[in-house]
Design a protein around this ligand. Structure first.
Ligand SMILES: Nc1ncnc2c1ncn2[C@@H]1O[C@H](COP(=O)(O)OP(=O)(O)OP(=O)(O)O)[C@@H](O)[C@H]1O
Length: 317
């Protein structure tokens, strides 16, 4: 895929009669209604709440990533927002409408890339896009779309012959075909190789720069850090934190770990005031050298694991 070709999707002509989507965050007035507003969302299966009172706002023009372990409720939440799953409680507004009741016009404003969209195998990439174009009032031109997702070389290839990563690109193309104001991506890069993932990130950045709001779920912390303006962490159906990636778990990040070695082995102190610990250590080592001294603060992965209540050993299982 040509990286240079990715922003093409942003330059597609505006649709007559439809306002272009809000121009990214900088052009969004602070009091604009959010793209997504969720209050007290509850979803139960067999009496068990798998989404348990979630409150969430997604601002217009932002990329919002939902992180969380398997079974945390990410897909359930996103499917309620997409209008394909009923909720048992709470209020939800997506682009100002209740997705459980919204009609065709609303659906046209929303793009969905699910975990598996079941694209048929018999048609080529181009034929598939042409086929689905009929379902949109104002579909993007197939050629431009194919180029934008980096499938130009595979436009004439049957879907059955695409690699997993190429198929995912086609699914993304189908998700943005109707020029959505809001795009939902459920684990979009699962199965992509590292190069394809990074190319996909460029595509999402391009969409964001063009004003599309993106809500995605992912298991990759680096993906959330690279793409998201804000991250929400779900654990056991509850939203345990929402913040920009580098501010997630602010309270947890304040604590630094000071380690050093002495005759008894490796010592460790977790403190919010590492400078004071260092002063004491230096005072105890008049020669100025504290053996094995390190000062570390938790990174995104440490913070995430603390938020979801997992130990690193559990997480690596
Ligand atoms: N149709 C269903 N019937 C019963 N339980 C379900 C159904 N769909 C989901 N669940 C349960 O709801 C919980 C949340 O599932 P969900 O798919 O939303 O999690 P997730 O965070 O997206 O997980 P993953 O990262 O594995 O995709 C899980 O315990 C799952 O087993």
């Amino acid at each position: 895929m040509q990286k240079d070709s990715l922003p093409t999707i942003l330059r597609l002509p505006a649709v007559p009669g439809r306002e272009p989507p809000a121009l990214a965050l900088s052009g969004t007035a602070p009091d604009d209604p959010p793209a997504v507003r969720v209050r007290g969302l509850v979803k139960r299966y067999g009496g068990r709440a798998v989404v348990d009172g979630v409150d969430l706002d997604v601002r217009r023009g932002e990329v919002f990533a939902l992180l969380g372990p398997n079974g945390a409720g990410k897909t359930t939440t996103i499917e309620v927002l997409e209008g394909v799953r009923r909720r048992d409680g709470g209020a939800v507004a997506v682009l100002g409408e209740d997705p459980g009741r919204a009609g065709r016009a609303w659906r046209d404003r929303v793009g969905v890339v699910g975990q598996s969209t079941g694209v048929g195998n018999a048609l080529t990439v181009r034929e598939t896009l042409d086929h689905f174009a009929r379902y949109h009032g104002t579909a993007q031109d197939t050629g431009a779309l194919v180029e934008a997702v980096g499938l130009t070389g595979a436009a004439g290839t049957r879907v059955s012959r695409l690699s997993g990563g190429q198929r995912r690109r086609l699914e993304v193309a189908l998700g943005v075909q109707g020029r959505p104001e809001l795009l939902f991506l459920d684990e979009p890069t699962t199965g992509m190789d590292p190069v394809a993932r990074r190319q996909f990130w460029e595509l999402v950045r391009g969409l964001r720069a063009g004003g599309t709001t993106v809500v995605l779920t992912t298991h990759y912390l680096d993906e959330a850090a690279a793409l998201a303006d804000r991250v929400g962490v779900l654990a056991a159906g509850r939203l345990v934190d929402v913040a920009p990636p580098d501010e997630l778990g602010a309270g947890l990040r304040r604590a630094a770990t000071v380690r050093w070695a002495d005759s008894g082995g490796v010592r460790e102190v977790v403190t919010e005031e590492p400078a004071a610990v260092l002063r004491d250590l230096l005072a105890a080592h008049p020669a100025g050298e504290v053996p094995g001294l390190t000062v570390t603060r938790p990174g995104l992965e440490d913070v995430y694991l603390s938020l979801v209540g997992a130990t690193p050993e559990e997480a690596s299982r």
